[in-house]
Design a protein around this ligand. Sequence first.
Ligand code: CU
Length: 139
Amino acid sequence: MRDAPAIPNRGLPTVFPPVGRFTPTGVLALAGLLAACGGAAAPLPPPADGVLQVVGLDTLDFDFDQYEAEPGEITIQYVLDGRQWHSLVIEGHEDHLRLEVSGGPPGVGSINLDAGRYILYCDIPGHREGGMEARLLVG
Ligand SMILES: [Cu+2]
């Protein structure tokens, strides 16, 4: 068993591919969205080893529906792929970690979590209601 098999490297999950995410329609919509930015979008910085990267999208979504991490101290790098202001908090742990992105550098923070199932969401008004949440499986 490799170390930390569940933490995605370079934004690609090694386990649990996104569910209902990269449909052809979704890919075309995303391509159209990126094209609409006039090619100004910079490539996303790769996360450091052992860092869980989460990408916030202006479609009020994260780049995956589910992320995984090992129990203990989890470092999250929150990257914006878009232009809006987004946050990332963990349901029930809002006081311990809150990352924000608005087009500047990635938000990076750490939190200690026991094994379990958690919900990531954006707490900007209306965003979670618009679908900006994802599962975080720890363990
Ligand atoms: Cu948001």
